[in-house]
Design a protein. Structure first.
Length: 585
């Protein structure tokens, strides 16, 4: 390559190779011109412009330099020795599609320049130059277009990257929403499963199993805090065996050991032992390499700790967050069960107390009642009218008190599921007739007309005659008490598929819709307070409900204020599937 092949800018001497582009962000212009005179003119016109100017004397030299120089604009003569300016344009565009190209051509080659424009050239000038002073403006215009394209491309690239980031964030958000939705659905599902049983022990066992399931762990445990001593003890284990320590010793205290710190700080803990090492926790058999412990917080207090063990790939932050959500839910369920268990204990103590007191009262009351009956017997004692009246009143109140005590005893036995029953195949008519006979004096006293509608072809029922007589007596007694003197009461029975429905219909004042929910509740009376018209404990309907349900039937009421009431209950029909009489206790 000769010294004439490449020319550098003035003041830099003639060199065989172009100087590397400066580091400043300056546009680069490559002039390809084989005529040294024209090149000098162009150098003179363009050297004061704010861009880097490089010259090449042939197409081959220019094409060799383009990959390194990466010009923003090429100003080239169309007619060059060897390859033409058009070939320079095509090969330069192959490397950089956005490089600006201005062609220089003689007057005789204007048509060629126009064809070159059609092929992609940005502009052209003719030689000799009509007004060479316009060339810097033309070059600046094309460089500006190039810069705008570069800026537009950069903006598009930036937009593309931002769109990618947004798309990634959208995908991550969708995944998080998907996971959160699944977690909420899963928590709702397990909440319904765990909430199906209020008993504390089975609920704790299910919580332990659910803890392992949600943490993808093979085993889990539940520790509860003793309300009196604040000690934490093992309550349930899934996937491992429980190991009981020395009598009276707790598994841990708040602030002591790994689990104690979880309870003390009320913060979850993920722990992983190095390869080959293991850790053990009190109350659970065996050692483990990984564990995840989360506190069960109710209100502001820790009531227990959930622990998942031995997940092979170690527990993650997602496991911790998910199990923490479940622990909050489990804390509420455990607290509810503890309150339920406490209520059951109190209820049992109350029932036992009532039963004992009622039984102790019934014994002397029976003696008092017997003594009053003896004093009122004309065969042994002669009483005047006043004495006889007082004895009748005393005897009636003793009888009433005995009935109340019997109701309380029956209710207490129903609550403890110890009310004895012997359910057998029986006709229903004698039972209803016995109930009517039991209340004949009250019926006659209030001049009530009692109608019995019992079909002759009524099927036998499975019942305890004594207890169903008690139910019919209770319903009929209420109907008599709340019916005006001289009214009619109707007892009827209907055959239905698989059951018999017994109804007691009165024409009394009825029951308002707002009061219907009070029925069949213990110690509830609609005419309570100072305006009560009749006595009673409010247990008759509750006892009747318990008896009917122990028979496998249902009880209810249909009523409307001012139009009377219909109390009904159902009993299962006796069929071939029923065997020998069954005693229930």
């Amino acid at each position: 390559m000769s010294d004439r092949d490449l020319k550098a800018d003035p003041g830099k001497g003639n060199e065989d190779y172009l100087q590397p582009a400066p580091l400043a962000p300056m546009a680069r212009v490559l002039v390809v011109e084989d005529d040294e005179t024209v090149a000098d003119v162009l150098r003179e016109v363009l050297c004061d412009q704010p861009f880097q100017l490089e010259f090449a004397v042939s197409a081959e030299t220019a094409l060799a330099r383009i990959p390194e120089l990466r010009p923003d604009l090429i100003l080239t003569d169309i007619s060059l020795p060897g390859k033409s300016g058009l070939e320079v344009m095509r090969e330069a565009r192959a490397q950089d599609p956005e490089v600006a190209v201005i062609l220089m051509t003689g007057y005789a080659s204007v048509q060629t320049a126009i064809d070159a424009l059609r092929q992609g050239a940005d502009d052209y000038v003719t030689k000799p130059f009509d007004d060479i002073a316009e060339l810097p403006a033309m070059v600046e215009k094309r460089l500006r277009g190039r810069r705008l394209k570069a800026e537009n491309r950069a903006l598009l690239e930036q937009l593309r990257r931002q769109n990618e980031v947004l798309s990634r964030h959208e995908h991550e958000l969708r995944e998080r929403v998907k996971i959160a939705t699944w977690q909420m659905s899963e928590l709702y599902r397990v909440s319904m499963e765990i909430g199906a049983d209020l008993e504390l022990e089975p609920r704790l066992a299910r919580i332990a199993a659910t803890t392992a399931q949600l943490a993808n762990a093979p085993s889990a445990a539940v520790y509860l805090q003793d309300e009196e001593t604040a000690e934490f003890r093992i309550a349930a284990v899934y996937g491992r065996d429980i190991v009981r320590g020395n009598d009276g010793e707790p598994e841990f205290l708040a602030g002591a050991g790994l689990l104690g710190m979880v309870a003390f700080n009320q913060t979850p803990l993920r722990h992983a032992e190095p390869q080959g090492a293991s850790v053990s926790v009190a109350g659970v058999a065996g050692a483990m390499q990984t564990l995840l412990a989360v506190p069960m917080v109710h209100g502001n207090a820790v009531i227990g700790v959930l622990v998942a063990f031995d997940k092979p790939e170690a527990f993650t932050q997602d496991d911790q967050e998910f199990l923490s959500l479940f622990a909050s839910q489990a804390a509420v369920q455990v607290r509810n069960s503890q309150l339920f268990e406490h209520t059951k204990v109190l209820d049992r103590l109350k029932s036992d107390f009532v039963a004992v007191v009622s039984h102790e009262i019934r014994t002397p009351l029976t003696s008092v009642k017997g003594a009053l009956e003896l004093l009122g017997d004309d065969r042994y004692f002669h009483n005047n009218d006043q004495q006889t009246k007082l004895l009748v009143i005393a005897h009636a109140n003793a009888e009433r008190l005995l009935l109340l005590i019997n109701d309380i005893l029956d209710f207490s036995k129903l609550e403890s599921a110890s009310l004895p029953m012997t359910i057998e195949r029986q006709r229903l008519e004698p039972v209803v007739q016995q109930a009517a006979h039991n209340l004949r004096m009250l019926i006659e006293e209030r001049r009530i007309q009692l109608d019995l509608d019992m079909p002759h072809d009524l099927s036998d029922a499975m019942l305890d005659p004594h207890r169903i007589t008690q139910v019919v007596t209770n319903l009929l007694s209420n109907a008599v008490k709340f019916s005006p003197p001289g009214e009619r009461i109707r007892i009827s029975a209907q055959q239905r598929p698989g059951e018999i429905r017994i109804e007691v219909r009165d024409h009394g004042e009825g029951i308002a819709a707002a009061d219907l929910h009070k029925l069949f509740r213990k110690f509830q009376q609609i005419d309570s307070g100072s305006t009560r018209k009749v006595g009673g404990t409010g247990l008759g309907l509750v006892i009747s409900k318990g008896i009917v349900e122990q028979h496998g039937g249902h009880i209810g009421v249909e009523s409307e204020a001012g139009r009377g009431s219909t109390f009904w209950f159902t009993l299962p029909v006796a069929d071939a599937t029923h065997g020998e009489p069954a005693a229930q206790h």
